[in-house]
Design a protein around this ligand. Structure first.
Ligand SMILES: [Zn+2]
Length: 140
């Protein structure tokens, strides 16, 4: 014979299980997610060796995220769709977030491309100089 206390606990546990099940079902239906969110597909995320779980993975959805550009200070929103693209398509690290506005991001990318080009040209010039030293008669 079960005590009343036991019975109450069982009912409570059962109710909890039902709520969890219902919540999962709701999360599985995109229509019921609040506006400005996109579902996370954990399998598509880049592997990381950290023990922690990022907020968006725990929540199960990406959420529009306002931020201030670290270069020009403008306020912009990193949208849920952009986040999904960054983490699941571009395979961005799950602990990285947007810090630059779109314009500054493009400027920064162009700056990096240019820096790499200059670096490569520098290396090429150096190796050509070496060749020149090695074969002084080649260009005489
Ligand atoms: Zn900016």
């Amino acid at each position: 014979m079960k005590s009343n206390k036991q019975r109450r606990q069982e009912i409570k546990a059962q109710r909890l299980r039902r709520i969890v099940k219902k919540t999962r079902a709701v999360n599985a239906r995109p229509v019921d997610r609040p506006i400005g969110t996109v579902a996370v597909t954990p399998l598509l995320l880049r592997r990381n060796n950290s023990y922690g779980i990022p907020d968006f993975v725990q929540r199960g959805c990406y959420q529009d995220r306002p931020f201030r550009c670290k270069d020009c200070g403008v306020e912009e929103i990193w949208t849920a769709a952009q986040q999904r693209w960054w983490y699941e398509v571009a395979q961005g690290d799950v602990w990285t977030v947007a810090v630059r506005c779109r314009a500054c991001r493009q400027r920064e990318r162009a700056r990096k491309v240019e820096a790499r080009r200059i670096h490569r040209e520098g290396l090429a010039a150096k190796s050509m100089g070496r060749e020149h030293e090695d074969h002084p008669s080649a260009n005489d």
